[in-house]
Design a protein around this ligand. Structure first.
Ligand code: GTP
Length: 368
């Protein structure tokens, strides 16, 4: 699976935000239906119902446009969760002012508690409680205003009980909601940790820890893929070349200068080979001091010189752990994959050529 670019991630998250916004609109849509119902039932005049509708459409459009043009990305909370939960209060309180029956107003309180549930997507306990308080104070303010301007709409004993019940429900929703919100956040962190651990596991399973090169299994898998590709393109002039490379007298180096010196050589030789091969070539550590280099789409004329370039690069290296003037050398057996040949057979030919190179005095490249 290819990694997601920053641009793609932003697009994905913005699409998710739009989806959540649509859920918020659906909730506000229920409030709108209640407004229509109250109007049709004769409990609400047409003018405030129209103002409610127009202001809702206007605010909704502004929010969608902000998301579409990425303006929300400049905010501290790009999800605009607080804004989305709070804005419906204004048109809702406005329209409630014109509802003659207390029961009619309770409909809006119910829907408001539903809106607070959206806080579970992102808000912490303090934010959830703040919104709950604002909802509650908004309603208290409305009842006080109604008592002053339209006392015939208010029956205080009922309003007192309503305010108590509303405050209780909002508190419960805020507490439970923030609990869910915390769980979501913890889950997110665990998910990230898990992804990280997974990447580390893949790294451990595919890389050699000493040299950071692909390990035997990984390089052999790559070899298999390249053989398949070479078979598909068998009519072309290019072929698949490999080199089996072995550090000369490595046991002697280990025995004389110690394992740490041997490890340093393995690391430095690996880096040198990696730097010497072309982009598209592939190298892996297949044994203690043995490496497989894959040259895809090469020619017989190019493979041996490429391998010899590596040999010379290693020969030119200096090592802190070894005496001045000590040369580390490598021998290589090179083979070109032939159409119809198995991977094992190509590898065996290269390995036999390596054996000849060792027997022939080492520090050389021999082709099968
Ligand atoms: N330091 C170190 N040594 C290793 C590692 N893996 C294998 N070796 C050593 O590599 C040496 C390989 O020795 P041999 O297979 O006899 O080959 P050689 O001495 O290089 O001889 P030729 O290949 O014939 O030139 C052994 O002594 C292993 O212990 C490693 O990760 N670190």
């Amino acid at each position: 699976m290819s990694a997601e670019t920053i641009e793609q991630r932003i697009q994905r998250v913005q699409a998710l935000r739009l989806k959540r916004m649509a859920w918020g609109f659906a909730n506000h849509g229920c409030t709108t239906l209640a407004v229509v119902g109250l109007y049709l039932g004769g409990f609400l005049p047409l003018a405030p119902a129209m103002v409610f509708l127009a202001s809702s459409i206007l605010i909704g459009t502004v929010l969608v446009l902000m998301l579409q043009f990425g303006i929300n990305l400049r905010f501290r909370d790009p999800s605009m969760t607080m804004t989305q939960i709070l804005w419906p209060i204004v048109p809702t309180l406005y329209v409630m002012f014109f509802v003659a029956l207390p029961q009619g107003r309770i409909v809006f309180l119910l829907l408001g508690a539903g809106g607070l549930m959206f806080g579970t997507l992102a808000l912490n306990r303090r934010q959830m409680l703040t919104i709950a308080w604002l909802y509650w104070l908004g309603y208290l303010g409305l009842v006080v205003l109604l008592t002053w301007r339209k006392p015939e709409y208010v029956y205080w004993p009922l309003e007192a009980v309503t305010l108590f019940a509303y405050g209780s429900v909002l508190s419960i929703v805020a507490y439970l909601g923030s609990f869910i919100s915390n769980l979501r956040q913890e889950l997110g962190i665990r998910n990230r940790d898990l992804k990280h651990a997974n990447l580390e596991l893949v790294e451990l399973a595919t890389r050699d820890p000493l040299t950071s090169l692909p390990n035997r299994r990984t390089v052999m898998e790559q070899f298999e893929k390249e053989v398949a590709r070479s078979e598909r393109q068998s009519a072309g002039p290019k072929a698949l070349g490999i080199s089996v490379l072995d550090i000369d007298h490595f046991k002697r180096i280990n025995d004389t200068y110690g394992h740490q010196a041997g490890d340093e050589i393995l690391r430095k030789v690996s880096q040198t080979i990696e730097a010497a091969i072309r982009k598209g070539d592939y190298i892996g550590r297949i044994g203690g001091e043995e490496f497989l280099i894959i040259f895809p789409e090469t020619t017989p004329e190019m493979t041996v010189p490429a391998a010899d370039r590596i040999r010379r690069a290693v020969e030119a290296l200096r090592f802190e752990a070894l005496p001045e003037g000590y040369r580390v050398t490598v021998s290589q057996g090179v083979a070109l994959h032939q159409t119809g040949e198995t991977l094992e057979s190509t590898f065996k030919r290269a390995d036999e050529a390596l054996y000849q190179a060792k027997n022939g005095g080492r520090n050389q490249v021999l082709a099968a």
